[in-house]
Design a protein around this ligand. Structure first.
Ligand SMILES: NC(=O)c1ccc[n+]([C@@H]2O[C@H](COP(=O)([O-])OP(=O)(O)OC[C@H]3O[C@@H](n4cnc5c(N)ncnc54)[C@H](O)[C@@H]3O)[C@@H](O)[C@H]2O)c1
Length: 330
């Protein structure tokens, strides 16, 4: 696994230019969605050809992947061309996937423009698309060479997008970083929180690039969260990833408590912190019944067992906890 450099800056244009110079980049292709093309590309202040995809999770599919690959052919990309993903997690997941398979692998850099991508999606080299209503069913591991993080992009990000990203920040704090948990409680600045969360994700991914052990901690909230997201995709009512994960974390923290892994006090602290940052409605019986169908299809689960990563304290987690699907209840 190649290391990926985290670059924190106040001005992405300067950092990107200097990255291109120091890495001897002569040709780059920028992947954007319609929103980041309009709002973020001008801030980069550099001219390279771009490939524009439609925005949002609905388009994180094979068809869009194909359009990115078509764009790479049109712009005559070769193995020395740098793919630059300028956008949220959808852009970095699809652009990273395209970079990983085009000509058996191209170099790429992520410049995240959403809070969620800055603290999570752009880091760690997991790429992918949704398939047959299942989240991230197709994908690869392919590390970006660098991730350039600048909060200047967040000025135009809609409030719900900003808010939903807190789920991934709190997740990192809960399963592995007590200091971060306390920083959030004490209202540290957003830049401090981004730096701590992204560095934590980077560290975990370097320890376990292929998601074979400790990286699975990052799945806290995602077993239920992904199933909920898949269910909402299937009824054409997509939900924001972070909101689904927040719902998942509340359910899974209480599950850890029921299993005797987490004290009631810590479960309440975790749910309290989530609710202080985001408005989370509990799952209804009907929703839960529907999403059980998607739990069985999740690639992490097998033979009637659902696999969870759960908190065992504040800043401590465990992974590989198997629970029979019949034992799951509201
Ligand atoms: N690969 C990973 O490790 C990983 C980790 C977590 C999440 N993800 C994936 O990330 C995706 C979610 O990412 P996301 O929340 O960034 O969603 P997103 O990429 O869909 O972006 C959300 C919306 O914000 C818009 N936008 C982006 N930047 C903007 C800006 N600066 N100003 C205004 N609008 C802007 C986008 O166009 C889009 O409409 C999911 O598909 C999830 O599966 C991947």
């Amino acid at each position: 696994m190649k290391r990926s450099e985290l670059i924190f800056t106040e001005q992405a244009s300067e950092a990107f230019l200097s990255y291109c110079q120091s890495s001897r980049i002569s040709k780059a292709i920028i992947v954007v969605d319609n929103h980041t093309q309009e709002l973020c590309l001008p801030l980069l202040n550099i001219y390279f050809p771009s490939i524009v995809i439609p925005p949002g999770e609905t388009y994180k599919n094979l068809h869009t992947l194909e359009s990115v690959l078509d764009g790479l052919v049109t712009h005559q990309a070769d193995k020395d061309t740098l793919v630059v993903n300028l956008g949220g997690g959808v852009v970095s997941d699809i652009g990273g996937f395209a970079a990983s398979i085009f000509k058996r692998g191209m170099r790429y850099v992520n410049i995240p423009t959403t809070l969620l991508a800055m603290v999570d999606a752009a880091i760690g080299g997991k790429t992918g698309i949704d398939f047959h209503s299942y989240k991230n069913y197709l994908g690869t591991f392919h590390m970006p060479e660098a991730v350039i993080i600048s909060t200047e992009f967040l000025k135009t990000l809609p409030q719900p997008e900003l808010q939903s990203a807190w789920a991934e920040i709190i997740k990192s704090a809960v399963i592995g970083n007590k200091d971060l948990f306390q920083m959030i409680e004490k209202h540290a600045t957003l830049s401090e929180v981004i730096a701590a969360t992204s560095a934590f994700k980077q560290k975990i991914c370097e320890m376990d690039f292929k998601d074979e052990n400790i990286r699975q901690l990052l799945n806290f909230g995602h077993t239920i969260g992904h199933a909920y997201e898949s269910y909402r995709l299937s009824i054409d009512h997509p939900v924001m990833h972070g909101m689904a994960v927040a719902k998942g974390m509340v359910y899974e923290a209480r599950l850890a408590e029921r299993l005797g892994l987490l004290s009631s006090k810590d479960a309440s602290l975790i749910c309290g912190l989530i609710n202080s940052k985001m408005q989370v409605d509990e799952l209804s019986e009907e929703e839960f019944g529907e999403l059980k169908r998607f739990l069985s299809g999740d690639k992490k689960n097998s033979e009637g067992f659902i696999v969870f990563s759960l908190p065992v304290g504040i800043g401590q987690g465990t992974y590989g906890v198997k629970v029979g699907i019949g034992d799951l209840k509201i």
